[in-house]
Design a protein around this ligand. Structure first.
Ligand SMILES: C[S@@+](CC[C@H](N)C(=O)[O-])C[C@H]1O[C@@H](n2cnc3c(N)ncnc32)[C@H](O)[C@@H]1O
Ligand code: SF4
Length: 418
């Protein structure tokens, strides 16, 4: 598919200008005033990787070759279809995740963003994140993604210890990761996140805290700390099961987590979600949408979404799951315009469960602001569910302070971070 390069460049330039304005004028992460039903976040799944990491059970494939033009055309088509079905008029963030989306061509990223901006509106200051693996993302490629419209990077650094990186089956060294991080910060100042894992087999608290300290000397304003989940079916799971590696020690992992979050707090990071830390207001607005139970569309093989489809009543929020396997997904997109495998209308109880489970992960807990989109607590602990159009007016909260959000409605004053 031919990319209208001039428009894509125009959109990317507008992003850069808006970023500069925003740095000067406003804190990041400020809530939008558009009605909840008309806005959404968009997740785009790139399903391919160079090599299988030993711990990973994400929906990813190691292909002999990628038919990128076909994949690009299908991602564009599915984004257009889901945007039409949802009636979303404003996309407030886009997240290219994977798999390894930094292996995709910047043209593919630009084509998706361009399509989104044509069908609905992608404001120039929308957060557009790309997950980048150190070896697939040298500086020149990162710059090309920036020119395509990406304005935030999430780097899968995982560890700063080469032995651990080998255990994890990563294709990069600690040095590669630090080089990528430095390049990323030069190109996307204030907009780079890194993922660091903890609780690996045989990992000890002191050396892990040493890694975190090193990282704090060179990281940007966002960090994710992920405790290893030993996933059934992965190489790491088998090694532990056979006794070739010691099982991760949950007590040590808890100590790493507690000491790690204390260290981050001391240097000004806010823990805004169980695994996520930001300073200078650099919260991920995309992930925040998930945790606040906002609408999101999921495009690409195996992507998930949650939105209220328009037409046929248009009242019920649905979970949508796209076909997992890329070749099958592409065939379906070519035939039907989308590769949705399952649609699950969400009942009152499921909506409430989601609001609770998501809100408890955050530091603001369950806020009136999040609840009022779909769930309104009534005396006797019953709940009423409103489609976004009929929801009571959202009372804007002036800060992230839990008490100010919830004091108007004490029933939903629930403290977060689980
Ligand atoms: C979508 S994944 C992978 C993104 C990218 N392909 C990479 O490898 O960096 C995003 C993050 O989830 C974390 N992750 C993946 N599998 C995990 C597991 N089994 N346990 C804990 N964290 C995991 C890793 O930190 C990873 O960077
Ligand atoms: S961790 Fe990332 S790079 Fe490794 S297999 Fe999973 S998705 Fe691919």
């Amino acid at each position: 598919m031919a990319l209208p390069a001039a428009r894509a460049r125009g959109w990317a330039a507008a992003v850069k200008m808006a970023q500069r304005r925003r740095h000067a004028e406003a804190p990041r992460g400020s809530p939008s005033r558009a009605p909840p039903g008309s806005r959404a976040a968009l997740y785009v799944h790139w399903p391919y990787c160079e090599k299988r990491c030993s711990y990973c059970n994400f929906n990813k494939y190691i292909p002999r070759g990628v038919e990128e033009a076909a994949m690009r055309s299908c991602l564009v088509t599915e984004a257009q279809t889901l945007l039409r079905l949802s009636g979303v008029q404003r996309v407030e963030s886009v997240f290219f995740g994977g798999g390894t989306p930094s292996l995709a061509s910047p043209n593919t990223v630009a084509a998706v963003l361009e399509a989104v901006d044509q069908i609905s509106h992608l404001p120039a200051d929308s957060e557009v994140t790309l997950e980048a693996n150190p070896t697939s993302a040298p500086g020149s490629r990162l710059a090309a993604f920036g020119a395509a419209g990406v304005n935030r990077l999430s780097i899968g650094l995982q560890s700063l210890d080469d032995t651990e990186l080998q255990l994890l089956g990563r294709t990069h060294s600690a040095r590669d990761a630090l080089q990528t991080l430095a390049e990323a910060r030069r190109l996307f100042p204030g907009r780079v996140s890194v993922d660091l894992m903890l609780g690996l087999p045989a990992q000890q608290v002191g050396p892990w805290l040493g890694q975190l300290r090193t990282l704090l000397g060179c990281c940007d304003d966002h960090l994710s700390l992920y405790q290893l989940t030993l996933e059934r079916g992965t190489a790491l799971f088998t090694q532990v099961q056979r006794g070739a590696l010691p099982a991760p020690d949950p007590e040590l992992a808890a100590e790493m987590y507690q000491e790690g979050r204390a260290m981050l707090r001391e240097v000004g990071f806010r823990q805004y979600e169980v695994s996520n830390f930001a300073r200078n207001g650099a919260l991920s607005t995309h992930n925040w949408t998930y945790w606040q139970c906002g609408q999101y569309l999921g495009v690409g093989p195996g992507a998930h979404g949650r939105f209220v489809p328009q037409g046929a009543g248009g009242h019920t929020r649905e979970a949508r799951i796209q076909t997992l396997e890329p070749d099958n997904w592409m065939k379906e997109v070519m035939l039907f315009g989308h590769g949705t495998r399952r649609r699950v209308p969400l009942g009152q109880l499921e909506l409430l469960e989601e609001v609770l489970a998501m809100g408890l992960r955050t530091d603001v807990g369950i806020t009136h602001q999040a609840c009022s989109c779909y769930v309104c607590p009534v005396p006797g602990l019953g709940v009423s569910v409103f489609p976004p159009k009929e929801a009571p007016a959202v009372r804007p909260s002036t800060s992230w302070d839990r008490t100010s959000c919830c004091k108007e409605n004490p029933i939903i004053e629930i403290i977060g971070l689980l």
